[in-house]
Each structure stands twice: as structure tokens, then as C-alpha cells.
Design a protein around this ligand. Structure first.
Ligand code: BTN
Length: 326
């Protein structure tokens, strides 16, 4: 294991205490000068680390897989947590090597460098200040039902965010606080011919990022839990809760085939229900009223121009409020 990974993991295990350079040198079996070099390399990479010539510590809680494992008691999801210090995208990592992962595995990173969003957009993560994780599923279900997984995930995410802030769900995949996006979900399926090899559900959460420093266009649309609550979030509590909620809703759904428990959460938390919206795809932009989310997870709208009802699937549309992002 690289020394930097050992150092990161040791500092995480000591958080929020600081650690003397002497202790780090003993732990890594390196000189204190070499430890100092490693620390300043982490700082240069952007790790939230503070140090002087005697000691060092992270000044934010980072993802600590051991801590999450010790609090998880799930039936299916998260029996294996696979952590990377850094990866371009947890979804890409999962999809590129799907064979090597099992049903229920969860990939996590503190630092996603090239995250993917829905509809080909980028998803920005900041080192140690956002959560990027992907849940891998290899279920025995038809693809149509896979569409519902985004709604199940949105329900699990909104429940796990409840103790932190009052969030709403903007169908199909955005978590909203104060009309701004705080988290997003990207569900991707992989096929071999017509057989489903697996589904990867990526979730990105802005935890301890500070959007006050970003340009106005981003600030209008995006926020973090820190910005909204002024409290530092421990990602490990949030991840543990999210995986537990996901496991509970997923287990119930696979046993009963009944989507109503999580669709009820999606409806209760929906920011779109009974609202006037604009439905956009590449060619069209149409006004509509949202009337329901059905048991297949589709958004039911009635178009203003024709009065015709349509069930929108998650793939080809973006939804906007009349005047604003939402
Ligand atoms: C969106 O809102 O458009 C979806 C954002 C999904 C981001 C997550 S972060 C973890 C996973 N890996 C990715 O590359 N994307 C998803």
C-alpha cells in the first residue's frame, strides 16, 4: 500500500485528534523528514490537513470505511465497502470492471476527479468535501424496473438527509434545499446483448463544500449541507444512514414487488407535485402541470397546450420551474 494511503488512513483513524510526527514516523516506518514531505504533498493535492513541525491532523472528517462498517447492519447492501483515495468516477470504476464486483458492493472515494452527471453533464466533487459513492446491483429483474431504482435511491437519500436539513426531491434525481441542488443520483445499466449484467447507482452529495467562493451562476443552482446549515457534516454518519435506508427499501421491494413505500416518500418530498413546470428535451420546451408519480416511478404531467397526460420516464428530459432552476 502506498505510504500516502497509509498516512491518510492513519490520520482518519485518529480524527479529530492530532498526531505527532514522531508517531506517524513510527507507524509508517519512515523518517520524520519523509513524513513531512508526504504531509505537504497531501496539502498540495487539496486535502483538508493542518500541520506544523510537531504534529498534524485533518481539519474535516473524511470517509472512514472502518467506521462505516462498524455501524452497518444491513441484509444485502454494503457487505463490501471498496474505498479509493482518488478515482475519476466511482460509476466508471464500477462499470469498467463490473465482473469483479458483487451484488450489493459499494464503491466510495474522498476525491472524484471526473464525475459524471445525468444527460452527459459533469459532476464536480471537491477533495474531502463531498461524498461520491456507487452501489452495484446484479439483480434478477427486468430492466423496466431498474428505472424505479432512481426513485428508491432518492427516497433513501432524502430520509438519510432528514437529520441534517430539510430537503426535497426534484424528480427524477436531484435533492434540493432552498431551491438549490445539494445532491444528485446517476443510475446506469450495463448489458451484454439483451442480458442485464448490472446496475450502478451513483450518488454525489455536497457535504462540506463552500459555494460562497464560486461564481454566481453556480451559486444560484448549487449548495452544500455546510452552506445551508453552517455545521460540518460527518460523511460517515450520512453514508451509514443512506446505505441502511437503501438496504431497507430495496429488501422490502425485492421481497414484495411493491414500490409504494418508497414512491410514497418520493411524493411526500416532491418539490414538483402540483406545480407548473417546463419539460425540455433537445427539440421541445413545453409547459405542463405535475399531477402524480406513478408506481413505476414515472412523473405524470398534463401538457398545457393539448391537455394530454403523459408519463415521463427518467431518461430524456430536464425539468425546470417556470422562473428558476426550481
Ligand atoms: C446528476 O445530478 O446529474 C447526477 C450526479 C451523480 C454524481 C455521482 S458522484 C458518484 C457517481 N460517480 C459519478 O461519476 N457520478 C455519480
Amino acid at each position: 500500500m502506498p505510504y500516502s494511503t497509509q498516512l491518510i488512513s492513519f490520520l482518519k483513524s485518529c480524527y479529530p485528534e492530532d498526531v505527532s510526527l514522531h508517531t506517524l514516523a513510527l507507524h509508517l516506518n519512515l523518517s520524520t523528514t519523509k513524513v513531512m514531505t508526504l504531509i505537504s504533498e497531501l496539502k498540495d493535492l487539496g486535502y483538508p490537513i493542518v500541520y506544523d513541525n510537531r504534529s498534524c491532523q485533518f481539519d474535516l472528517p473524511l470517509i472512514n470505511v472502518e467506521s462505516i462498517k462498524s455501524h452497518l447492519d444491513t441484509r444485502t447492501i454494503g457487505h463490501q465497502l471498496i474505498f479509493r483515495d482518488r478515482t475519476p468516477s466511482t460509476n466508471i470504476l464500477a462499470l469498467e470492471d463490473l465482473d469483479s464486483f458483487s451484488h450489493g458492493d459499494v464503491l466510495l472515494t474522498d476525491y472524484q476527479t471526473n464525475g459524471k452527471g445525468r444527460m452527459g453533464r459533469n459532476w464536480h466533487s471537491s477533495l474531502g468535501k463531498s461524498i461520491a459513492l456507487s452501489i452495484i446491483l446484479k439483480p434478477d429483474i427486468e430492466n423496466k424496473k431498474a428505472v424505479l431504482l432512481t426513485q428508491l435511491t432518492a427516497a433513501a437519500l432524502s430520509k438519510s438527509l432528514e437529520p441534517f436539513a430539510d430537503t426535497s426531491i426534484k424528480w427524477p434525481n436531484d435533492m434540493i434545499i432552498n431551491h438549490k441542488k445539494v445532491a444528485g443520483i446517476l443510475t446506469e445499466s450495463q448489458f451484454n446483448g439483451s442480458s442485464l449484467e448490472g446496475i450502478v447507482i451513483g450518488t454525489g452529495i455536497n457535504t462540506n463544500l463552500d459555494f460562497d467562493d464560486t461564481d454566481e451562476e453556480v451559486r444560484m443552482k448549487a449548495t452544500s449541507l455546510l452552506n445551508e446549515t453552517h455545521e460540518v457534516v460527518d460523511p460517515n454518519h450520512l453514508i451509514t444512514s443512506f446505505i441502511s435506508w437503501f438496504d431497507e427499501l430495496y429488501t422490502e421491494w425485492t421481497l414484495t414487488g411493491d414500490s409504494s413505500p418508497f414512491i410514497a416518500i418520493c411524493k411526500e418530498k416532491s418539490i414538483l407535485l402540483n406545480r407548473e413546470i417546463t419539460v425540455k428535451n433537445e427539440e421541445l420546451s413545453r409547459m405542463a402541470r405535475v399531477t402524480d408519480i406513478n408506481s413505476d416511478g414515472e412523473l405524470i404531467v398534463i401538457y398545457e397546450d393539448t391537455g394530454v397526460e403523459e408519463a415521463l420516464q427518467t431518461l430524456d428530459f430536464s425539468i425546470r420551474g417556470r422562473q428558476s432552476y426550481i
